[in-house]
Design a protein around this ligand. Structure first.
Ligand code: 3HC
Length: 303
Protein backbone atom coordinates (compact mmCIF):
# COMPACT_ATOMS: atom_id res chain seq x y z
CA UNK A 1 0.00 0.00 0.00
CA UNK A 2 1.37 3.41 -0.90
CA UNK A 3 1.90 5.82 1.96
CA UNK A 4 0.23 9.29 2.02
CA UNK A 5 2.37 12.41 2.24
CA UNK A 6 0.44 13.66 5.28
CA UNK A 7 1.41 17.25 4.50
CA UNK A 8 -1.25 19.65 5.80
CA UNK A 9 1.04 22.64 5.43
CA UNK A 10 4.27 23.02 3.47
CA UNK A 11 7.01 25.63 3.75
CA UNK A 12 9.56 26.76 1.19
CA UNK A 13 12.81 28.59 1.90
CA UNK A 14 13.97 30.69 -1.03
CA UNK A 15 11.77 32.69 -3.40
CA UNK A 16 14.09 32.44 -6.42
CA UNK A 17 13.12 30.62 -9.60
CA UNK A 18 13.23 27.16 -7.97
CA UNK A 19 11.64 28.04 -4.60
CA UNK A 20 8.89 30.04 -6.23
CA UNK A 21 8.18 27.21 -8.66
CA UNK A 22 7.96 24.72 -5.78
CA UNK A 23 5.58 27.03 -3.89
CA UNK A 24 3.53 27.32 -7.09
CA UNK A 25 3.08 23.57 -7.64
CA UNK A 26 2.43 23.07 -3.92
CA UNK A 27 -0.38 25.62 -3.95
CA UNK A 28 -1.83 24.76 -7.37
CA UNK A 29 -1.42 20.98 -7.57
CA UNK A 30 -0.89 19.65 -4.01
CA UNK A 31 -3.38 22.34 -2.88
CA UNK A 32 -1.79 22.81 0.53
CA UNK A 33 -1.14 26.06 2.38
CA UNK A 34 2.44 27.18 1.74
CA UNK A 35 4.64 29.38 3.90
CA UNK A 36 7.29 31.16 1.85
CA UNK A 37 10.45 32.64 3.33
CA UNK A 38 13.37 34.47 1.76
CA UNK A 39 15.90 36.64 3.57
CA UNK A 40 15.61 39.20 0.76
CA UNK A 41 12.32 41.17 0.69
CA UNK A 42 13.10 42.18 -2.91
CA UNK A 43 13.32 38.50 -3.90
CA UNK A 44 9.98 37.79 -2.18
CA UNK A 45 8.40 40.68 -4.08
CA UNK A 46 9.69 39.54 -7.45
CA UNK A 47 8.83 35.89 -6.66
CA UNK A 48 5.22 36.74 -5.80
CA UNK A 49 5.02 38.93 -8.91
CA UNK A 50 6.08 35.91 -10.98
CA UNK A 51 3.53 33.71 -9.22
CA UNK A 52 0.74 36.19 -10.06
CA UNK A 53 1.91 36.20 -13.66
CA UNK A 54 1.97 32.39 -13.88
CA UNK A 55 -1.50 32.11 -12.34
CA UNK A 56 -2.92 34.76 -14.69
CA UNK A 57 -1.37 32.94 -17.66
CA UNK A 58 -2.94 29.63 -16.59
CA UNK A 59 -6.32 31.35 -16.25
CA UNK A 60 -6.02 32.97 -19.68
CA UNK A 61 -5.16 29.57 -21.20
CA UNK A 62 -8.14 27.92 -19.49
CA UNK A 63 -5.87 25.66 -17.40
CA UNK A 64 -7.23 27.15 -14.15
CA UNK A 65 -10.48 28.90 -13.34
CA UNK A 66 -10.06 32.35 -11.82
CA UNK A 67 -11.50 30.96 -8.54
CA UNK A 68 -8.93 28.14 -8.48
CA UNK A 69 -6.15 30.66 -9.19
CA UNK A 70 -7.33 32.91 -6.38
CA UNK A 71 -7.56 29.95 -3.98
CA UNK A 72 -4.02 28.90 -4.95
CA UNK A 73 -2.69 32.44 -4.43
CA UNK A 74 -4.45 32.67 -1.06
CA UNK A 75 -2.71 29.48 0.04
CA UNK A 76 0.69 31.19 -0.15
CA UNK A 77 1.77 33.39 2.74
CA UNK A 78 5.11 35.02 3.33
CA UNK A 79 6.84 34.70 6.70
CA UNK A 80 9.88 36.63 7.85
CA UNK A 81 11.36 34.03 10.19
CA UNK A 82 11.93 30.27 10.09
CA UNK A 83 10.33 29.93 13.52
CA UNK A 84 6.94 30.46 11.80
CA UNK A 85 7.47 27.09 10.12
CA UNK A 86 6.56 25.26 13.36
CA UNK A 87 3.23 23.93 12.12
CA UNK A 88 4.55 22.86 8.71
CA UNK A 89 4.76 19.10 8.02
CA UNK A 90 7.27 19.53 5.20
CA UNK A 91 9.93 22.19 4.63
CA UNK A 92 11.66 22.41 1.26
CA UNK A 93 14.89 24.38 1.15
CA UNK A 94 15.66 25.98 -2.23
CA UNK A 95 18.40 28.52 -1.55
CA UNK A 96 21.72 29.04 -3.36
CA UNK A 97 23.89 26.00 -4.06
CA UNK A 98 26.17 26.63 -1.08
CA UNK A 99 26.82 24.02 1.62
CA UNK A 100 27.55 26.55 4.39
CA UNK A 101 24.23 28.35 3.86
CA UNK A 102 22.31 25.07 3.67
CA UNK A 103 24.00 23.69 6.81
CA UNK A 104 23.10 26.78 8.77
CA UNK A 105 19.46 26.52 7.64
CA UNK A 106 19.20 22.82 8.52
CA UNK A 107 20.79 23.45 11.93
CA UNK A 108 18.16 26.13 12.64
CA UNK A 109 15.31 23.96 11.32
CA UNK A 110 16.32 20.99 13.46
CA UNK A 111 16.42 23.22 16.54
CA UNK A 112 13.06 24.89 15.84
CA UNK A 113 10.86 22.18 14.35
CA UNK A 114 9.32 18.93 15.57
CA UNK A 115 11.26 15.81 14.51
CA UNK A 116 8.13 14.76 12.60
CA UNK A 117 8.58 17.60 10.09
CA UNK A 118 10.20 16.38 6.88
CA UNK A 119 13.16 18.54 5.89
CA UNK A 120 13.81 18.40 2.15
CA UNK A 121 16.55 20.05 0.17
CA UNK A 122 16.31 20.96 -3.49
CA UNK A 123 20.09 20.86 -3.84
CA UNK A 124 21.31 20.04 -7.34
CA UNK A 125 24.53 18.32 -6.32
CA UNK A 126 25.47 18.60 -2.64
CA UNK A 127 25.56 15.48 -0.46
CA UNK A 128 22.18 14.99 1.24
CA UNK A 129 23.99 12.88 3.84
CA UNK A 130 26.22 15.83 4.75
CA UNK A 131 23.22 18.13 5.04
CA UNK A 132 21.31 15.55 7.13
CA UNK A 133 24.26 15.32 9.53
CA UNK A 134 23.73 18.98 10.44
CA UNK A 135 20.05 18.40 11.28
CA UNK A 136 20.82 16.97 14.70
CA UNK A 137 19.62 18.95 17.73
CA UNK A 138 22.32 20.51 19.88
CA UNK A 139 23.61 18.23 22.60
CA UNK A 140 22.58 15.08 20.70
CA UNK A 141 24.76 12.84 18.57
CA UNK A 142 24.12 10.95 15.33
CA UNK A 143 23.69 7.72 17.31
CA UNK A 144 21.25 9.07 19.95
CA UNK A 145 17.64 8.09 19.16
CA UNK A 146 16.75 11.81 18.86
CA UNK A 147 19.73 12.44 16.60
CA UNK A 148 18.83 9.48 14.39
CA UNK A 149 15.18 10.52 14.16
CA UNK A 150 16.09 14.11 13.36
CA UNK A 151 18.59 13.25 10.61
CA UNK A 152 16.20 10.56 9.32
CA UNK A 153 13.64 13.18 8.24
CA UNK A 154 16.06 14.80 5.79
CA UNK A 155 15.70 13.94 2.09
CA UNK A 156 16.65 15.30 -1.33
CA UNK A 157 13.75 16.49 -3.52
CA UNK A 158 15.33 17.77 -6.70
CA UNK A 159 12.91 19.77 -8.86
CA UNK A 160 13.73 21.05 -12.36
CA UNK A 161 13.47 24.51 -13.85
CA UNK A 162 10.88 25.76 -14.78
CA UNK A 163 9.21 23.82 -11.98
CA UNK A 164 5.61 24.35 -13.18
CA UNK A 165 6.52 22.80 -16.55
CA UNK A 166 9.14 20.11 -15.91
CA UNK A 167 7.56 16.80 -15.01
CA UNK A 168 10.34 15.25 -12.94
CA UNK A 169 11.49 15.22 -9.34
CA UNK A 170 14.63 13.27 -8.44
CA UNK A 171 14.33 11.71 -5.01
CA UNK A 172 17.53 11.13 -3.08
CA UNK A 173 17.85 9.32 0.23
CA UNK A 174 20.68 10.34 2.51
CA UNK A 175 22.44 7.53 4.38
CA UNK A 176 20.29 8.54 7.37
CA UNK A 177 16.91 9.01 5.61
CA UNK A 178 14.11 6.86 7.05
CA UNK A 179 11.89 4.79 4.76
CA UNK A 180 8.86 6.74 5.98
CA UNK A 181 10.47 10.07 5.05
CA UNK A 182 11.35 8.75 1.61
CA UNK A 183 7.85 7.46 0.92
CA UNK A 184 6.12 10.58 2.20
CA UNK A 185 8.42 12.80 0.12
CA UNK A 186 7.67 10.69 -2.95
CA UNK A 187 3.92 10.97 -2.32
CA UNK A 188 4.28 14.74 -1.99
CA UNK A 189 6.16 15.09 -5.29
CA UNK A 190 3.40 13.08 -6.99
CA UNK A 191 0.76 15.33 -5.40
CA UNK A 192 2.66 18.27 -6.96
CA UNK A 193 1.98 16.67 -10.36
CA UNK A 194 5.46 15.18 -10.84
CA UNK A 195 6.91 11.81 -11.73
CA UNK A 196 9.66 10.55 -9.47
CA UNK A 197 12.99 8.86 -10.15
CA UNK A 198 15.44 7.69 -7.48
CA UNK A 199 19.12 8.48 -7.40
CA UNK A 200 21.83 7.45 -4.98
CA UNK A 201 23.39 10.26 -2.98
CA UNK A 202 26.32 10.79 -5.34
CA UNK A 203 27.59 14.26 -6.40
CA UNK A 204 25.13 15.70 -8.94
CA UNK A 205 22.81 12.67 -8.69
CA UNK A 206 21.70 11.32 -12.11
CA UNK A 207 20.48 14.52 -13.77
CA UNK A 208 23.40 16.84 -13.20
CA UNK A 209 25.93 14.01 -13.41
CA UNK A 210 24.82 13.78 -17.06
CA UNK A 211 23.82 17.36 -17.82
CA UNK A 212 26.83 19.26 -16.47
CA UNK A 213 29.57 17.58 -18.55
CA UNK A 214 27.36 18.21 -21.60
CA UNK A 215 26.95 21.91 -20.81
CA UNK A 216 30.60 22.26 -19.90
CA UNK A 217 31.75 20.59 -23.12
CA UNK A 218 29.60 23.03 -25.11
CA UNK A 219 31.28 25.94 -23.28
CA UNK A 220 34.72 24.45 -23.98
CA UNK A 221 33.84 24.04 -27.66
CA UNK A 222 32.95 27.72 -27.76
CA UNK A 223 36.22 28.50 -25.96
CA UNK A 224 38.20 26.43 -28.49
CA UNK A 225 36.41 28.08 -31.42
CA UNK A 226 34.96 24.80 -32.70
CA UNK A 227 31.74 26.60 -33.63
CA UNK A 228 29.86 29.78 -32.87
CA UNK A 229 27.46 30.10 -29.95
CA UNK A 230 24.49 30.00 -32.29
CA UNK A 231 25.72 26.97 -34.21
CA UNK A 232 26.48 25.01 -31.04
CA UNK A 233 22.94 25.63 -29.78
CA UNK A 234 21.34 25.09 -33.17
CA UNK A 235 23.18 21.78 -33.59
CA UNK A 236 21.64 20.33 -30.45
CA UNK A 237 18.20 21.89 -31.01
CA UNK A 238 17.77 20.75 -34.59
CA UNK A 239 20.15 17.80 -34.57
CA UNK A 240 19.14 16.22 -31.29
CA UNK A 241 15.71 17.76 -30.72
CA UNK A 242 16.67 19.46 -27.45
CA UNK A 243 14.23 22.25 -26.54
CA UNK A 244 17.17 24.56 -25.82
CA UNK A 245 20.79 24.47 -26.91
CA UNK A 246 23.35 23.85 -24.15
CA UNK A 247 24.54 27.47 -23.94
CA UNK A 248 20.99 28.75 -23.84
CA UNK A 249 20.21 26.15 -21.16
CA UNK A 250 23.26 27.18 -19.11
CA UNK A 251 22.01 30.79 -19.16
CA UNK A 252 18.56 29.56 -18.19
CA UNK A 253 19.81 27.53 -15.20
CA UNK A 254 22.17 30.36 -14.18
CA UNK A 255 25.90 30.34 -14.89
CA UNK A 256 26.71 30.77 -11.19
CA UNK A 257 24.54 27.73 -10.42
CA UNK A 258 26.17 25.70 -13.22
CA UNK A 259 29.60 26.60 -11.86
CA UNK A 260 28.66 25.75 -8.26
CA UNK A 261 27.26 22.38 -9.35
CA UNK A 262 30.31 21.56 -11.48
CA UNK A 263 32.66 22.49 -8.65
CA UNK A 264 30.75 20.29 -6.19
CA UNK A 265 30.77 17.32 -8.56
CA UNK A 266 34.41 17.84 -9.54
CA UNK A 267 35.57 18.10 -5.92
CA UNK A 268 33.33 15.19 -4.92
CA UNK A 269 34.51 12.81 -7.65
CA UNK A 270 37.92 14.12 -8.73
CA UNK A 271 36.78 13.25 -12.25
CA UNK A 272 38.22 15.72 -14.79
CA UNK A 273 35.10 15.58 -16.97
CA UNK A 274 33.41 17.72 -14.33
CA UNK A 275 36.18 20.36 -14.15
CA UNK A 276 34.55 23.73 -14.97
CA UNK A 277 35.88 25.53 -18.02
CA UNK A 278 37.88 28.70 -17.55
CA UNK A 279 35.37 30.59 -19.71
CA UNK A 280 32.53 29.66 -17.34
CA UNK A 281 34.61 30.73 -14.34
CA UNK A 282 35.45 34.07 -15.95
CA UNK A 283 31.85 34.76 -16.92
CA UNK A 284 30.78 34.17 -13.32
CA UNK A 285 33.69 36.37 -12.11
CA UNK A 286 32.24 39.09 -14.36
CA UNK A 287 28.83 38.54 -12.71
CA UNK A 288 27.36 37.41 -16.01
CA UNK A 289 24.98 34.92 -14.51
CA UNK A 290 22.76 34.33 -17.55
CA UNK A 291 19.10 35.13 -17.93
CA UNK A 292 18.58 36.25 -14.33
CA UNK A 293 21.27 38.98 -14.56
CA UNK A 294 20.46 40.08 -18.11
CA UNK A 295 23.72 38.76 -19.61
CA UNK A 296 25.29 35.38 -20.12
CA UNK A 297 26.05 33.73 -23.44
CA UNK A 298 23.07 35.79 -24.65
CA UNK A 299 21.68 39.22 -23.72
CA UNK A 300 18.26 39.48 -22.08
CA UNK A 301 16.05 42.51 -21.76
CA UNK A 302 14.59 43.12 -18.31
CA UNK A 303 10.83 42.42 -18.38
N1 3HC B 1 7.82 29.26 -15.62
C1 3HC B 1 6.65 28.66 -15.86
N2 3HC B 1 6.21 28.27 -17.07
C2 3HC B 1 7.02 28.52 -18.11
C3 3HC B 1 8.28 29.15 -17.96
C4 3HC B 1 8.66 29.54 -16.65
N3 3HC B 1 9.85 30.11 -16.42
N4 3HC B 1 8.83 29.27 -19.19
C5 3HC B 1 7.98 28.72 -20.06
N5 3HC B 1 6.90 28.27 -19.42
C6 3HC B 1 5.74 27.59 -20.01
C7 3HC B 1 5.01 28.46 -20.99
O1 3HC B 1 4.11 29.31 -20.39
C8 3HC B 1 4.32 27.43 -21.87
O2 3HC B 1 3.19 26.95 -21.19
P1 3HC B 1 1.91 26.37 -22.00
O3 3HC B 1 2.31 25.02 -22.53
O4 3HC B 1 0.85 26.30 -20.96
O5 3HC B 1 1.64 27.34 -23.10
C9 3HC B 1 5.34 26.29 -21.93
O6 3HC B 1 6.19 26.47 -20.77
C10 3HC B 1 6.18 26.38 -23.18
O7 3HC B 1 6.77 27.66 -23.20
P2 3HC B 1 7.03 28.54 -24.51
O8 3HC B 1 6.08 28.12 -25.57
O9 3HC B 1 7.08 29.98 -24.13
O10 3HC B 1 8.52 28.21 -24.88
P3 3HC B 1 9.20 26.86 -25.21
O11 3HC B 1 8.31 25.95 -25.99
O12 3HC B 1 10.49 27.27 -25.77
O13 3HC B 1 9.45 26.16 -23.79
C11 3HC B 1 10.78 25.68 -21.93
C12 3HC B 1 10.15 26.79 -22.76
C13 3HC B 1 9.71 24.82 -21.28
C14 3HC B 1 11.62 26.36 -20.85
C15 3HC B 1 11.65 24.79 -22.90
O14 3HC B 1 12.53 25.60 -23.63
C16 3HC B 1 12.45 23.72 -22.17
O15 3HC B 1 11.94 22.67 -21.81
N6 3HC B 1 13.74 24.00 -21.98
C17 3HC B 1 14.65 23.07 -21.28
C18 3HC B 1 14.46 23.22 -19.81
C19 3HC B 1 15.31 22.27 -19.04
O16 3HC B 1 16.07 21.46 -19.57
N7 3HC B 1 15.20 22.37 -17.73
C20 3HC B 1 16.01 21.59 -16.82
C21 3HC B 1 17.19 22.38 -16.41
S1 3HC B 1 18.24 21.46 -15.34
C22 3HC B 1 17.59 21.74 -13.82
O17 3HC B 1 16.66 22.46 -13.60
C23 3HC B 1 18.29 21.03 -12.70
C24 3HC B 1 19.09 21.96 -11.89
O18 3HC B 1 19.61 21.24 -10.80
C25 3HC B 1 20.20 22.63 -12.63
Amino acid sequence: MSIAHGVRKAAVIGAGQMGLGIAFVSAVHAKVPVLLHDKSPAQVKSGLGLMDKLLAKDVSKGKLTSEAAKEARDRVSVVDDLKHFRDADLVIEAVAENLTIKESIFRTLSAELSPKTILATNTSSISITKIAATAIPQGKTASDPEGKESAGRVVGLHFFNPVPVMKLVELIAATQTSQETLERARAYAIACGKEVTYSKDVPGFVANGLLMPFINEAIMMLERGVATRDDIDKTMKLGANHPMGPLQLADFIGLDTCLAIQQTIYHGTGDSKYRPSVLLERMVDAQWYGRKSGKGFYEYSKE
